[in-house]
Write a protein that binds this ligand. Structure first.
Ligand SMILES: Nc1ncnc2c1ncn2[C@@H]1O[C@H](COP(=O)(O)OS(=O)(=O)O)[C@@H](OP(=O)(O)O)[C@H]1O
Length: 203
């Protein structure tokens, strides 16, 4: 991490920190005051999104439905499949709470980041102790993209949407498989709501 001067905030992001066993100890050893921000979304949609990303790189992989189960007949879910494993948020959070207090972790709702980006970014700015500079007036809904976009990119006067790899169309998944996954995640989601004190409304 680069040196940080008074009045500066240094930020670093990688999607895999939250699910990496060694990450909390390493980050805590670097700086115990680090603030942590995690974007979470409905774990079922997350798994489908994850699969969609893999499919875009490796079109020959088996179907979502067959990867989901260890045994389709008994309905036993393959929890070793990373697309499923990552969505067990309560388990990953337990690992972080061994090193960081809850007050140092902000969970951003992936759903609200789409429906109310300024509201969710307001929470982020508050959490970081920043003035609310980014507000509603910075966003507009782009009909073509189907997502909120920035009215002006940094250092430019042109609007800016996220790239093609963000906001892909998901394949249709067998509704029975989706239901089975909803049932699988429910207790973990409840535990996560309890731990964070926030109902993310995924059920
Ligand atoms: N404004 C805006 N524009 C486009 N996409 C948006 C936006 N806000 C949130 N999202 C959601 O971000 C999802 C992709 O982010 P990831 O978390 O997969 O990114 S990362 O690769 O892990 O960094 C991506 O998931 P998919 O829809 O499954 O592609 C989007 O739903």
């Amino acid at each position: 991490m680069p040196k940080t001067l008074e009045g500066q905030i240094t930020m670093e992001k990688t999607p895999s920190y939250f699910v990496t066993r060694e990450a909390p100890a390493r980050i805590s050893a670097m700086s115990r005051d680090t603030k942590l921000i995690v974007v979470v979304r409905d774990p079922v949609t997350r798994a489908i999104s994850d699969f969609t990303q893999t499919l875009s790189k490796k079109p020959d992989i088996p179907s979502f439905e067959s990867l989901t189960f260890r045994n389709r007949t008994t309905g036993l879910i393959d929890t070793s499949w990373s697309a499923i494993q990552i969505g067990i948020y309560a388990k990953h959070l337990d690992n972080w709470l061994q090193y960081f207090p809850m007050g140092q972790i902000l969970f951003v709702s992936g759903e609200r980041l789409i429906s109310d980006p300024a509201g969710e970014l307001g929470r982020v700015q508050d959490f970081l102790g920043l003035k609310r500079i980014i507000t509603d007036k910075h966003f507009y809904f782009n009909q073509t993209k189907g997502f909120p976009c920035l009215k002006k990119a940094e250092g430019s006067s042109k609007p800016h949407c996220l790239g093609k790899t963000k906001g892909r169309t998901h394949p249709n998944i067998d509704p029975e498989v989706v239901q089975r996954l909803r049932d699988f995640y429910r207790p973990f989601n409840m535990k996560f709501y309890q731990m964070t004190g926030h109902n993310f409304g995924w059920d």
